[in-house]
Design a protein around this ligand. Structure first.
Ligand code: ADP
Ligand code: ZN
Ligand code: ZN
Length: 698
């Protein structure tokens, strides 16, 4: 019998192992099997292979025990794992075990039996009945049109084609969430389960509250990495046993077994958080689409600024797109709330501060506009995507800078606890009293982060209450919720934050949003930087004017040296379509996604030569194959943008293919050779390597 065990790609154990069992166990059964000197959890994968029969029975070890009372994982789940394993070039065992709740992998049969008894007791309680159900808002005409278009997807007649993937392209505040809830209701009424995905844990509580209010009496569970192992196991079991009606989760939730699945929603489908950034680098959005096709269940991708891949897929063929998804559009905001007016503030026209005078923290006109809001009791959101006090400390005498000794990066000055912290490796030290190089006492911060901006704004506008939300002040459990609550309660006039606050939050009293320093993305080497920046700025703008009573006169300010840049021009008109069209043209000319398909081979080594040496030989190994397949380009290996992290050197090699199947064939055939090659290169200083299929950043 074939059993999958947890085996990282690099162990070389890529397939299932053969074991003996007294009785035939159906595929998908969880078992405990001996592996070396340990007993580990495994998953029955397939019937015995022909090879196994040929083996002398005494060569095979028997399955130790079966986890009782656990229904086997269904064939569709196994197919999803099989697909993810093949597509992202990771071992089956790694994917299968990675996506199961951690506790399930650790308990033996006796422990599991006990746990299951306790679980069934707690599962037996149905959610408490609640008071009056929520009053549903009347749908806007746009919502109604979209829901009419979605209606056949859940009840396809015999003649109808199978349900498809939909892109719900709607402005922020157009009522997309309401559409998700109505469509979810239809699925629930039909006796089906709903998988609702959000990009970040931070956004789950808000949506969870909304879902719970709407579907009182239904079993709603969440699945994300912020849960305790016990909660995760419980919620996963509810889903797997078909007892949970709605599963709300982050990217890992895409692998939840759901026997009655009827609808998948991927909110903010363009969000980079859907792509796992280490280990098995899967895209939960793409897997959701695959899963929908596999299980014949409609998938609803929602965004105001779809990823260009999704946009291209939803663009009709007549307009040069792939015409693969059905596009549904909601351009208007609910109620009378219009999107804020965009004001581009030209920094090149700002007066230079006189000698000895400090420049204001923001352009004077912007500062005045914020002060006006404060006086009127309205809120402002000021965005700066850099946390800490200052990105670097410098000695005014010898030019010493606070470089991280372990990384090719500066260490950031955090004033609260007077530390220098590396945002790449985490190395933290107290700020030196004098320059470590020359002893000069005058070392000063260069540039600024959110911490300094908060301090400056508080000084410039002494009547205003200034608050801050970034990764530094929200580390403790509950801290983010507390800070958000105080913004909602109106205890903050000016909120300084990183992109963390630009997403999703339904702030009602914000009438001004300012992007302080958004220019960097215009000239980044990463071809997706512009797309991401446009999405972020538009999403940030969507935080303003959400309440119709204050929407009039709400504004989005952009401080820039390049006010005429096409990205800002498109933003000022809220013209995503135009922006996307321009970007697609550029991508087509440059041979980039969605017109080409990429994989990145990454290597880390004790030296840059070790990392690149592996990549050079890895390329040589597949050159002939690439030529044979055709339409494949192997780029020369280069150091990554941050070349050294924690004393490990990083390099990468881009593989570009005209066709996805060709790329997949190349990777499938190369992976074993690369594994063997990596083995040879270890003594030469190779530390790690990995393939990243459809990489987000290059
Ligand atoms: P989106 O997800 O597109 O940003 P939401 O669904 O969050 O938009 O809707 C924005 C706001 O409008 C929410 O406060 C929501 O409760 C409200 N809303 C949505 N649909 C309606 C409707 N048909 N009538 C009245 N209010 C609505
Ligand atoms: Zn010095
Ligand atoms: Zn470092």
């Amino acid at each position: 019998m074939q059993v999958l065990v947890e085996a990282p790609q690099h162990s070389g154990l890529t397939g299932p192992l053969d074991y003996l069992a007294d009785q035939a166990l159906p595929p998908g059964t969880l078992v405990r099997v001996p592996l070396g000197r340990r007993t580990v959890t495994g998953l029955v994968w397939d019937a015995p292979t022909a090879d196994a029969d040929a083996w002398a029975a005494d060569q095979l070890k028997p399955v130790a025990e079966v986890l009782p009372d656990l229904p086997p994982l269904p064939p569709t789940w196994r197919q999803l794992v099989r697909f993810a394993s093949a597509y992202y070039q990771r071992s089956l065992g790694e994917i299968a075990m990675m996506v199961l709740p951690p506790e399930l992998r650790q308990l033996d049969a006796v422990q599991w039996g006990r746990r299951f008894k306790r679980l069934t007791k707690s599962l037996a309680q149905p959610p408490a009945a609640t008071d009056a159900p929520e009053v549903l808002p009347d749908l806007t005409p746009e919502q109604q049109t979209v829901l009419d278009a979605l209606a056949p997807s859940l009840a396809p007649g015999d003649a109808e084609p199978a349900p498809t993937t939909y892109l719900l392209w709607g402005s922020t505040g157009s009522g997309k969430t309401e559409v998700y809830l109505r469509q979810a209701d239809r699925a629930l009424q039909a006796g089906r389960q709903v998988l609702l995905m959000v990009p970040e844990i931070n956004l789950t509580p808000q949506l969870e509250a909304r879902v719970a209010a709407r579907f009182a009496g239904r079993n709603i569970v969440s699945l994300h990495s912020g849960l305790t192992p016990a909660q995760r196991l419980r919620n996963w079991m509810l889903a797997h046993l078909g007892l949970a009606d709605i599963v709300l989760g982050t990217r890992l939730a895409v692998f939840t077994p759901l026997p009655r699945l009827g609808l998948v929603v991927v909110d903010e489908e363009h969000d980079p958080s859907y792509k796992q950034q280490d280990g098995a680098r899967y895209s939960a959005r793409d897997l959701a689409v695959y899963r929908g096709q596999l299980e014949k269940v409609p998938v609803l991708l929602g965004s105001a600024t779809p990823s260009l891949e999704t946009w291209f897929n939803a663009l009709p063929q007549a307009e040069g797109g792939a015409g693969r998804y059905q596009r549904l559009t909601m351009p208007s905001r609910v109620g009378q709330g219009a999107m804020p007016r965009v004001r581009r503030l030209d920094l090149s026209r700002e007066p230079k501060p006189r000698p000895g005078q400090e420049a204001p923290p923001l352009a004077q006109a912007l500062l005045d506009a914020i002060a006006e809001r404060v006086a009127r009791g309205e809120q402002s959101l000021v965005l700066l995507n850099r946390r800490g006090y200052a990105p670097v400390l410098q000695c005014s005498d010898c030019g010493w800078k606070s470089e991280c000794p372990q990384c090719s990066a500066w260490r950031v000055f955090h004033k609260v606890d007077r530390t220098l912290r590396c945002h790449h490796c985490g190395l933290t030290d107290r700020v030196p009293r004098a320059c470590p190089n020359c002893g000069n006492l005058d070392i000063h911060p260069l540039g600024r982060g959110t911490e300094k901006l908060e301090e400056q704004l508080a000084a410039a506008l002494p009547d205003a209450r200034v608050g801050r939300i970034d990764a530094d002040v929200t580390k403790l459990k509950g801290a983010l919720e507390d800070r958000l609550a105080s913004v909602h309660a109106g205890e903050v006039d000016i909120l300084v934050g990183t992109q963390m606050v630009a997403k999703g939050h339904d702030f009602r009293r914000i009438t001004l949003v300012a992007a302080v320093n958004p220019d960097a993305a215009l000239f980044a080497s990463d071809f997706r930087a512009a797309e991401r920046q446009f999405a972020l700025l538009l999403q940030a703008a969507g935080r303003a004017g959400r309440d119709a009573s204050v929407a009039q006169g709400s504004e989005m300010w952009v401080q820039t040296w390049h006010p005429d840049h096409p990205l800002y021009a498109a933003l000022a008109r809220y013209d995503y379509e135009f922006f996307a069209q321009q970007q697609l043209k550029e991508r087509q000319m440059a041979g980039l996604p969605p017109y080409a398909h990429l994989a990145m081979l990454r290597a880390e080594g004790k030296t840059q030569e070790a990392a690149q040496g592996f990549l050079v030989e890895a390329a040589q190994l597949v050159e002939a194959l690439a030529a044979e397949l055709g339409g494949i380009l192997l780029y020369p290996p280069v150091p990554t943008a941050v070349q050294r992290v924690a004393n490990i050197e990083r390099a990468q090699m881009l593989i570009e293919a005209e066709s996805r199947p060709a790329l997949q064939r190349l990777l499938a055939r190369a992976t074993d050779d690369w594994l063997a090659l990596a083995h040879q290169h270890r003594p030469r200083g190779l530390v790690r390597w990995a393939v990243d299929v459809d990489p987000l950043a290059i």
